[in-house]
Design a binder for this molecule. Structure first.
Ligand code: NAI
Length: 332
């Protein structure tokens, strides 16, 4: 099988080349360009294409891929809200993903953001580099004894629950389905979790139902001086309402690995670009906000798992024996 690999970063190529040794029937050509309407035609002659979470794979792109003969879209990510699945279904393109490559990688990043905003590490790092050893503005807050509210207790949320328990926190959660492995977690309805938590961490996928689930009304229900962390998807939070909440001194800290409008920035070096009217600039103007670049997944262990599962998905597709949890569309 020949796979055309879009939006290649150095770390992708290193880990895929390394794991490919165990999959002799698979060839990969790496492209730096992202998959979109203009670049989809490069897939002519390839049975499969591989894309990542920030590509916009709408109907036009899917149609061009199908016209080029591609039968398989390998998402090297857990999320797939960027793919028009109905269009893929119509055009007989199977979409496979990597459902749980390393939940701990993302959960540990969520806790890293929590600790960073909680102890103002982002400010302290810069101050000390400038020989400013003043402690003003660095007062933190203990996590031990506080309540963590975890929204979504699938693989990543469950890992975050365990980490929060390790910090001596009471762990509360909201999910449509209770995770039976989490016997130390108190499940509550969404409003109650908002009202009682000192730390709220989002770990549910973005769906049509929960778009902007964190908005003016839900922010108003939160405790004053809450910490809000989002490593899930930007559009779970209404950014304008978040900014209004930050300005109203609602939050002790906000840590975002994902944010609305991140598309153009994610994984790109834009240091020479003047970012006009961008939300990230406004968010970064606040001393209690940290933004990272959708890097929750980026650990060595996760990259190895992503490469192996993606290559295994390709091999299984050839043999028509796909694991159900990896399947996002149902073509076989
Ligand atoms: P999962 O599928 O194991 O768990 C998601 C959980 O959310 C499920 O238990 C589901 O019942 C629950 N859920 C669905 N809708 C909900 C709602 N409206 N309210 C509360 N709970 C709801 O997914 P996993 O692997 O834990 O990933 C979660 C999300 O993390 C992904 O969808 C993706 O958006 C994000 N992610 C972020 C990464 C990063 O680098 N920052 C990397 C990987 C995933």
């Amino acid at each position: 099988m020949k796979i055309l690999f879009y939006d290649t970063k150095k770390y992708d190529q290193v880990s895929f080349e390394h794991e490919r040794k165990d999959f002799p029937g698979i060839e990969i050509d790496f492209l730096e360009t992202d998959l979109n309407r203009k670049t989809a035609k490069l897939a002519a002659g390839y049975e499969a294409v591989c894309a990542f979470v920030n590509s916009r794979i709408g109907e036009d792109t899917v149609n061009i891929l199908a016209d080029c003969g591609a039968e398989l879209l390998l998402m090297r990510s857990a999320g797939f809200n960027n793919v028009d699945l109905a269009a893929a279904e119509r055009r007989n393109i199977t979409v496979l993903r990597v459902p749980g490559y390393s939940p701990e990688a993302v959960a540990e990043h969520a806790m890293a953001l929590t600790l960073a905003v909680c102890r103002r590490l982002h400010k302290s790092y810069i101050k000390v580099r400038e020989n400013n050893f003043s402690l003003v503005g660095l007062t933190g807050m203990n996590l031990c004894g506080k309540t963590a509210g975890i929204i979504g207790t699938g693989k990543i949320g469950a890992a975050m629950c365990r980490i929060c328990r390790g910090f001596g926190m009471k762990v509360m959660a909201y999910d449509c389905y209770e995770n039976p492995e989490l016997d130390f977690v108190e499940y509550r309805d969404f409003e109650q979790v908002l009202e009682e938590s000192d730390l709220i961490s989002l770990h549910c996928p973005l769906t049509d139902d929960n778009y902007h689930m964190i908005n003016r009304d839900t922010i108003a229900k939160m405790k004053d001086q809450v910490i809000l962390i989002n490593t899930s998807r930007g559009a779970l939070i209404d950014t304008e309402d978040l900014i209004a909440g930050i300005q109203a001194r609602k939050f002790f800290g906000v840590g975002l690995d994902v944010y609305e409008e991140e598309g153009k920035n994610v994984f790109e070096n834009r240091e020479d670009v003047i970012l006009e009217n961008c939300v990230v600039g406004r968010l970064l103007s606040f001393p209690n906000v940290i933004v990272t670049s959708h890097q929750g997944f980026l650990t060595r262990e996760a990259l190895t798992a992503i490469s192996r599962t993606t290559l295994q998905n390709a091999a299984d597709f050839q043999k028509h024996c796909i694991r159900e949890e990896n399947r996002v569309s149902n073509q076989l």
